[in-house]
Unconditional design. Structure first.
Length: 186
C-alpha cells in the first residue's frame, strides 16, 4: 500500500528553508510513501465561521480540504516566527479542523518538522503546531520530530535534499508517518 502524505509549509517565502525541507521530503520519501506538497496556503483567507458555509467556500479552502481529505497523513513544516507557529500554518489547521469533530484532520496521523535560524531549530513553533493539530483532531506522532537549527547558515550553499544527515533524518520521520498511516488503514 502506498501512503499519500500531504505536506503543508508554514512559510510563504519563495526561498524558504522550510519549503526546501519539504522539497527534500518529496525527493527522499521512502518506498511506499508519496509526499505531496500543497501549494496555495497564502490564498486561503483567515478562518471565519461566517464564510465557512458549505457550497459557498473560498476555492482555496475547498482545495485544501480536498487535498487533506484525500491524504492518508500530513507532514507540517514549521518555521518559528517570534517564538511561535506562523499564522499561515495555524490558519490551515483552523480550516482543516472544521466541521467540528469531522474535519479533514480528524484521526489522521500527523508529524511536525522544521528548520529555523535559531539554536533550537524552531522547537517552540513545532510544539505549538503539534498542540493545535492535536486539538483539531489529528493523531499527532510525538516521536516523529526533526528540528534543524541554524537554517540560514546550514543551507546557505546546500539544499536540504543534498544534506546527507538531513535527508536520512527526514526519511526516518516519513517512514514513521507511513507506518502509522498504514496501521490506521488496516
Amino acid at each position: 500500500m502506498s501512503v499519500r502524505i500531504l505536506a503543508l509549509v508554514g512559510s510563504l517565502r519563495a526561498g524558504s528553508t522550510n519549503r526546501q525541507l519539504a522539497e527534500a521530503a518529496v525527493k527522499h520519501a521512502p518506498e511506499g510513501a508519496e509526499v505531496v506538497l500543497f501549494e496555495g496556503l497564502g490564498d486561503i483567507p483567515f478562518y471565519n465561521e461566517d464564510i465557512d458555509v458549505e457550497g459557498n467556500l473560498p476555492a482555496g479552502v475547498v482545495a485544501l480540504r480536498e487535498a487533506a481529505g484525500g491524504a492518508d497523513a500530513l507532514l507540517l513544516f514549521s518555521p518559528e516566527y517570534n517564538g511561535t507557529i506562523p499564522a499561515v500554518l495555524k490558519n490551515a489547521i483552523d480550516w482543516l479542523s472544521r466541521p467540528y469533530g469531522a474535519g479533514a484532520l480528524t484521526g489522521k496521523p500527523l508529524a511536525v518538522v522544521g528548520t529555523a535560524f535559531g539554536q533550537f531549530g524552531g522547537v517552540w513553533a513545532q510544539d505549538e503546531a503539534r498542540k493545535a493539530a492535536g486539538i483539531a483532531g489529528a493523531k499527532v506522532l510525538e516521536d516523529a520530530k526533526l528540528s534543524i537549527p541554524g537554517s540560514l547558515t546550514r543551507f546557505a550553499e546546500t539544499h536540504p535534499s543534498d544534506d546527507t544527515e538531513v535527508a536520512a533524518q527526514l526519511t526516518e520521520v516519513i517512514a514513521l508517518v507511513r507506518g502509522e498511516a498504514t496501521a490506521a488503514a488496516a
